[in-house]
Design a protein around this ligand. Sequence first.
Ligand code: IVH
Length: 681
Amino acid sequence: MNRNAAESRIRELRSCIRHHDYLYHIQDRPEISDQEYDRLFRELRELEDRYPELRTPDSPTQRVGAVPLEEFETVQHAAPMLSLDSDVSEDALHRFDQRVRKALGEQVRYVVEPKLDGASAELVYERGRLVRAATRGDGQRGEGITDNVRTIPTIPLRLRAAEAPIPEFLSLRAEVIMRIGAFDAINERLMEEGRPPFANPRNAAAGSLRQLDPQITAQRPLDAYVYDILASSQPVAATQWEVLQVLNQWGLRVNEHERRADSVEEILDFHSGLESQRDDLDYEIDGIVIKLDDLAAREEMGATSHHPRWAYAHKFPPRKETTRILSIVPSVGRTGVVTPVALMRPVELGGVTVSRASLHNREEVARKDVREGDRVRVQRAGDVIPQVIERIDEPDRERAAPFRMPERCPVCETLLIERGPFTVCPNTFDCPAQLAGQLMLFGSRGALDIEGLGEETARLLVQEGLVRHLPDLFDLQPERLMELEGFAEKSAGNLVDGIRQASHVELARFLFGLGIPEVGSTVARALSRHFGTLEALRSADQEALQEVDGVGPIMSEQISAFFGDPRVREILNALLSRVELVEPGPADHQSDVSETSPFDGLRFVFTGGLEGFTREEARERVEALGGRVTSAVSRGTAYVVAGDKPGSKLAKAEALGVAVLDEDGFRRLLAEHQVSDETGS
Ligand code: IVH
């Protein structure tokens, strides 16, 4: 293809991709499959690689790619980013409404919107192109986070042409959020790693926006809703309601719950309706915002130095409460890790009664210094997981002794051992708590997907002695099950049926369900694909294991120790006589990296010395996430990691515009990716 043809094809591809982005992100009705989309995207990237001079900053390929900043630039907002006057009481809402009616007369129309609990940002579009984004900062000036905001898929780099002309200059206000599912996944991972979790999705969103390295932000699943025009070179519409429609037509995401309201009564209806839906939303809201619909009337009302007089937030009652810790009890999970759990006097948090919260590990208990009897502040982080935020000091009260981990497993009485910040029961095969956890994993969606085998049932089966070892699961008789509490003929039959159906299982799922240390579903799939049969995997030595993408020395040691354990062998043999494994077979050697590996296809180059890793360890970490380490820098290199005294590769990377990370940046990148990776227990 010559340059002219390439140029027109590039233009065509971009407009096509933008259109599908719009359908997917804004309209929620994609018209093409992910594969088709990827194909278009790849074609565009290849053409731009061939003709780099045709690459433009608003190309869909240019969302991620900027190099890390040294520090954020300070940015003056196009207009002050004020905050909202707010209260939880109905009286205060009435007073707001009265003030408005007094100023404007009795006929008033409002727009009501959810009050999104995220991080506020300014987005500046010039001639329809996103040129700048900033945090709210002090309301006058914020931090320039343009490169980070560019990575958010729902924020268009270029506005769509619509009926309403796009002003030359347009400054918008948006709320950047992290959805609760994404937030929970990140936190779960952090806790598994013994790191402190984010307190709430807002912190997670704000923290992600304030990363100096946009590559890290790109890994955080952020989203954004636009709700206001801060400034524009031409008027866009006469009312907020129209503004929202126009913003949506331009391809920006506007919240789907926005309504109009003409009275306090309607506002309260909206408030209570949204409050009852609050737990079903996949993002956090902390109230509703009421805004004058008529933009000219807004001008008339003006603002105080802090907040506009034309808007007001009617908040929901808080989800933070105080309560007392009744006791701290150790709880044993599948991997044998003993977690201290605070049992608390029940409190209501946003409509849900909470009476227990994990304290994660002994170091966390010590850090928060919480003890039995202490008064604590609790919250539901995100939607579900209750957390102890802090202890409330009560100077006159005598406190109990600090919590101490028991010496023996509270379930099987085996002597506990310490592993980093964690305390572990080493009785892997016979501890009933671990067995129940193992059963749950085995039956979980990513493994055998056994219908009817949830947490409660797993515990019951172990507790009642129906399952003493994993293989017993396949010998369950409906008659015995019916003797258990909560089981009737139908449910017992269903469970046995579910187990029978699940006994025909793909190797990858089976491997994942075994709970091999360090082996999550991604690695399980890679192992299955690489070896083709369980037999081949079982007899592989460490060297052979390391040929699998994503498996390094540490993991290979764990895997080979697992299969070498005589108890495992015994259990495995018993299982194999009961399940029918579906094995891809030795011929199947397409690719070892599953589509879900976060570094899938990314090439890394190391230069200079690293303090915290040997080269071998660094390579292992990259490969564990599906990436590759190569020695030469090219345009196709995703990252150059520059340590101490980097060589010419650094200069080459800079010349080619390849992202450069220092050791800290690399470490953060790993941590980020591990968060979203499914591997690990
Ligand atoms: S309007 C001047 N609308 O709530 C009025 N704000 O202080 C500008 N917020 O920092 C705000 N959802 O980040 C508006 N639908 C919404 C909102 C919203 C959330 C945030 C905003 C602001 C805070 C209130």
